[in-house]
Design a protein around this ligand. Structure first.
Ligand SMILES: Nc1ncnc2c1ncn2[C@@H]1O[C@H](COP(=O)(O)OP(=O)(O)OP(=O)(O)O)[C@@H](O)[C@H]1O
Ligand SMILES: [Mg+2]
Length: 460
């Protein structure tokens, strides 16, 4: 069985991580304090032995003649004493004075002269200094030794104290870290609960935003924004499906009506038969056209169309489409003008469809002798196509919606003009795919002007 050392709950993980970091900091900090203190105490001891030796030297200097016992006691009792002991040797190395506790310890008196040294010897930590006192007629070797027992005991105690204080500190930091993190992450628990309640049917629900502007409220806001977009696209998808079904239902009922008619009278009556066949043909074609457009829009939504772009002359393509439209609308006056030398890099089939959509509208929404003018030109790095008609125009309040799917201004006239309101939605998608733009100017009763811009090729 695999044992998981790293807990799965974020709260525990953060608390643990926090305590580990805290312990490392404590250990490093305490170790440097102990280490620093130890060296401070050693240097202090060296200082002490040095000043003790200096004091003894100056006392010895004051004594005239031989140093007798009485004077020795006087010298040494008058010196402040902190585990500091003294030995005095004469010229030949005979001990002429020794503090009692030092009898066991034998450090040569004639080494390391005038340099304080620290040694770990005789189970003791000692710091000592050898120095020489010379007067006219005598030479003394003075040895001052400090036993570091008290200092080391102090360090040991400090170490034990620090150890327990650190252990308690780490424990408290873990507990505190756990509760603080738990509290800080409480909104996440709320969020999880709330998100669980949101499903496809409850897309209108939103997360409550608690407290100030921190990471979690920002997360909740981002999540709510995402829900807004999801809900919007869900609604639009639903609307699209219901509008599309609605649009398909009309031709199907027409076809059904003609089939009924055929069934009843068509078998004998040639005229009825012909009328029905014509009508069914037209409706089927319309339906095919509608389904093709719906599929194009759906593909565009899925971003599953790969545009095969090629370089071509814009005006040539416009002329081609204009001829097509002219043939279908012979009474209308359609003029193409503008620059001949503008090329673009685009999907030719889609650009033709784009122009067809605008020209079809221009033709559809003008009177039978209406005028349609198409102007091609360039403006800085953009090619533009202006399609102008003198038809019915579009009311101001409808302009923002004409590019929406299935949007038609005059629903009553829909039957007469035909169409599902998908043309401009497809046009908008084609323009966006080619990084272009479109603007509309229109006045009811006077006409409309659509301006499309597309990036010119080669780019300037
Ligand atoms: N040149 C125009 N003049 C007046 N109204 C227009 C013009 N172009 C578009 N419109 C209005 O904008 C609406 C949307 O146009 P769109 O091309 O999307 O749909 P449609 O022409 O009604 O149908 P479809 O193009 O799917 O056959 C039209 O129904 C019409 O009311
Ligand atoms: Mg149209």
């Amino acid at each position: 069985m695999k044992i998981k050392l790293w807990p799965r709950r974020i709260t525990l993980r953060i608390a643990l991580l926090y305590s580990v970091v805290f312990s490392v900091i404590l250990v490093v900090l305490n170790a440097s304090v102990l280490y620093g203190l130890k060296y401070y105490l050693i240097y202090q001891a060296m200082d002490q032995v040095t000043s003790q030796a200096e004091a003894i030297k100056s006392k010895l200097g004051e004594i005239k003649g031989d140093v007798n016992l009485f004077e020795k006691d006087l010298i040494f009792s008058s010196i402040p004493n902190e585990n500091i002991y003294t030995k005095i040797f004469d010229e030949k190395g005979n001990v002429i004075y020794s503090s009692k506790r030092l009898e066991r310890i034998n450090i040569p008196h004639d080494v390391n002269i005038d340099i304080p040294v620290k040694i770990d010897k005789y189970d003791k930590d000692l710091t000592y200094l050898n120095t020489i006192f010379k007067s006219d007629d005598k030479v003394f070797y003075i040895q001052v030794i400090k036993d570091m027992e008290n200092e080391y005991l102090f360090l040991k105690l400090l170490f034990i104290l620090m150890f327990f204080a650190d252990a308690a500190g780490i424990f408290v930091s873990f507990i505190a870290g756990y509760f603080v993190t738990k509290r800080a992450l409480r909104p996440v628990d709320y969020m999880t609960k709330e998100v669980r309640e949101i499903d496809a049917h409850g897309l209108n629900k939103r997360l409550k935003i608690y407290g100030e502007d921190d990471e979690l409220t920002r997360l909740a806001k981002t999540f709510n924004d995402m829900l807004d977009r999801l809900e919007d696209s869900f609604k639009r998808q639903n609307m699209f499906v219901s509008d599309a079904s609605h649009e398909l239902r009309t031709p199907i009922s027409v076809i059904k009506g003609y089939i009924d008619m055929l069934d009843r009278w068509g078998k004998e009556d040639k005229a009825v038969l012909q009328e029905a066949i014509e009508a069914i043909k037209k409706e089927t074609l319309d339906m095919e056209h509608l389904i093709e457009r719906l599929l194009l829009l759906a593909k565009g939504d899925n971003k599953s169309i790969k545009l095969n772009k090629e370089e071509f002359n814009l005006k040539d393509v416009i002329k081609e489409v204009a001829e097509e439209i002219k043939m279908l609308n012979e009474s209308k006056n359609i003029v193409v003008k503008g620059q001949n030398d503008i090329n673009i890099m685009a999907n030719k089939k889609l650009i033709k469809e784009l122009i067809r959509i605008f020209l079809d509208n221009a033709a559809k929404y003008t009177s039978s002798d209406g005028n349609i003018e198409i102007d091609v030109g360039k403006d800085n790095s953009k090619a533009y196509i202006k399609i102008k008609d003198d038809g019915v125009g579009i009311p101001k309040e409808d302009i923002p919606h004409i590019f929406d799917r299935f949007y038609r201004v005059d629903k009553a006239r829909a039957k007469e003009t035909g169409g599902a309101g998908l043309g401009l939605a497809i046009a908008k998608w084609i323009i966006e795919e080619h990084k272009g733009s479109v603007t509309v100017k229109s006045e009811v009763g006077k006409g409309s002007e659509f301006t499309i811009t597309l990036p010119i090729f080669p780019p300037v």
